[in-house]
Design a protein around this ligand. Structure first.
Ligand code: PAF
Length: 282
């Protein structure tokens, strides 16, 4: 059965009022649409643990630091609604830009520290856009629970920090990255890869696994990283924005996995920016 598509905050609030009165839990899955199995795994997790599920679809202009990237971002609302049918979600919230940011909108939510590295450096303003819209979505949906993919691990930690610091009463759940059969992390941006680039894209994950394997055998991280960068370049990759090992909690740079850590990467392939991260499990 198709879920109601709500476009206004007032409609959304009217819908959630009864659920809140009844003491039901409300799970929100914030997305920018172009839904793939990664998103659907978040919807499944929400469905499993919450009484009510809201999926939001909003291509948030405030988190794009490149206007061309915003223009070319895939928009597939009809297909997205179809994909959600089998999960029997309770509402799909699809606001437009004016609904989310009406005339005079002047507030930005920023998290410091966790946003000073990786995508915070390479995509200036990106995380302020994310935390501003996610704070609004949490408040608009009255979510008790929110579901985010570990594929965007830095985003997950930044959102957790924001919800904690602002006392927003929502539990933020991180769900494992879903991968294609060849290891490529699922992402809406994969749709922008040419056929040739798509065949090369899994190399990023392969190289990351190789580094982690080497580090866990006691290898030198810097040496392993340099070799991986050379191989990526030989295999058609362009700039690598970062390829770094960082602590899970505060995202501090590490040379050895002396505490729970992940390997993070962002790399360009034929005009598409791929990001990925994997656990460094000692
Ligand atoms: O991860 C995304 O798709 C977006 O950053 C999010 C969380 C929906 C906010 O616009």
């Amino acid at each position: 059965m198709s879920a109601p598509i709500l476009r206004g905050v007032a409609d959304l609030r009217a819908r959630t009022a009864d659920w809140k009165r009844a003491g039901e839990t409300i799970g929100v899955v914030p997305t920018m649409g172009a839904l793939h199995d990664g998103h659907l795994s978040l919807v499944a997790a929400a469905r499993k643990s919450c009484d009510r599920v809201i999926v939001t679809i909003f291509v948030n202009p405030k988190q794009f630091n490149n206007p061309d990237d915003l223009k070319s971002y895939p928009r597939t609302e009809h297909d997205d609604a179809k994909k959600l049918e089998r999960f029997e979600v309770d509402a799909i919230f699809v606001p437009d830009g004016d609904e989310m940011y009406p005339d005079g909108f002047s507030t930005t939510v920023t998290v410091t520290g966790l946003t000073d590295v990786m995508d915070g450096v390479h995509r200036p303003g990106h995380f302020a856009g994310v935390t501003t819209v996610v704070a609004k979505l949490f408040l608009q949906t009255s979510a008790t629970d929110a579901f985010f993919g570990e594929k965007d691990f830095q985003q997950l930690q930044v959102v957790r920090r924001m919800a904690h610091d602002l006392d927003i009463p929502v539990t933020v759940h991180g769900c494992p990255t879903i991968r294609e059969i060849d290891g490529l992390a699922m992402s809406s941006r994969n749709l922008m890869l040419s056929d040739r680039a798509r065949t090369l894209a899994p190399r990023l994950h392969e190289e990351m696994e190789r580094i982690v394997e080497g580090v866990l055998k006691g290898g030198d991280f810097e040496g392993l990283r340099t070799e991986a960068l050379t191989r990526l370049q030989k295999n058609g990759f362009g700039d690598v924005d970062y390829l770094e090992m960082r602590a899970n909690d505060d995202l501090c740079l590490l040379k050895t996995p002396e505490r729970p850590a992940r390997l993070f990467a962002a790399a360009w392939l034929a005009g598409v920016r791929l990001i990925d991260n994997i656990a460094v499990e000692v």
